[in-house]
Write a protein that binds this ligand. Sequence first.
Ligand SMILES: [Mn+2]
Length: 335
Amino acid sequence: MNIGRRGIHYLHTVNKIPKNLLEEGQNRVAEASLTLIHEQAKLKAELVRAFGGAKATSTLLGIPLGHNSSYLQGPAFAPPFIREAIWSGSTNSTTEEGTVLDDPRVLADVGDLPVQELRDCGIDDERLMNIVSDSVRLVMEEHPLRPLVLGGDHSISYPVVRAVSKKLGGPVDILHLDAHPDIYDRFEGNYYSHASPFARIMEGGYCRRLLQVGIRSINSEGREQGKKFGVEQYEMRTFAKDRHFLENLKLGEGVKGVYISIDVDCLDPAFAPGVSHIESGGLSFRDVLNILHNLQGDLVAADVVEYNPQRDTADDMTAMVAAKLVREVTAKMSK
Ligand SMILES: [Mn+2]
């Protein structure tokens, strides 16, 4: 079975359980999973209020899901590595522009959605993606928390953006940093592939402007799909020419705000080797920071995806890179 090939652990057991019992069990596992996120979000929002409140608090939500990758599944293991690196004693807790992170009003964390347990009891991807959306909604319902999602592979961006747009009541503008456009109609038949989230997002009407930056692995389907959905694709081969525009972006006006989706492989592999798809000729870390720091707009949610600890150097260098992206995005989001 396809779901078995894509890494589920206990499918051999699940197949022997009567259908009605299994369905009831799945419902309880789904409910318990969302209860975890809901209670954590309530707790963290109360903590923010105990510190005097905030307008917006960047809130980590881990989605350890890697089975929609077309090549390797390591991104499922990323969230704990990124968290550890965020708080690494090798650096201090102040971002480049002076935001202090060790303040619960600035950076909260509601933990990980238990994706493994949900899949272990045979929950399929359609339902799993709905549960991912629900977890994002639960975070957003606790003012002032705003989701900063830790992937996971890029397939999670679809249910995350869908939840953000539905909760806010309209489309957002998306800044998407990636080596790849991830806009295949389907990849190898998988509707939820990590190579397809932006097709789903555009079809759903959850995004007005989609700007893709860092692109250097794109084929004719990627370009055709980009045209079909009116995507603004900025390829690396013309980055020198586009740089001034991209380093002075103003987004989100007239819609519900700005969403940033960062695939770690937007960076050149020299800066971030710990990714599944090594694609040379990418952005420098400073290029990404210049784009982020100068971006004007209300950042309502974000994700950092596709860090693969199984591909990283022995000292987890790319975890530190992903963590710095999370830290700088946090500074942009929190207020
Ligand atoms: Mn990518």
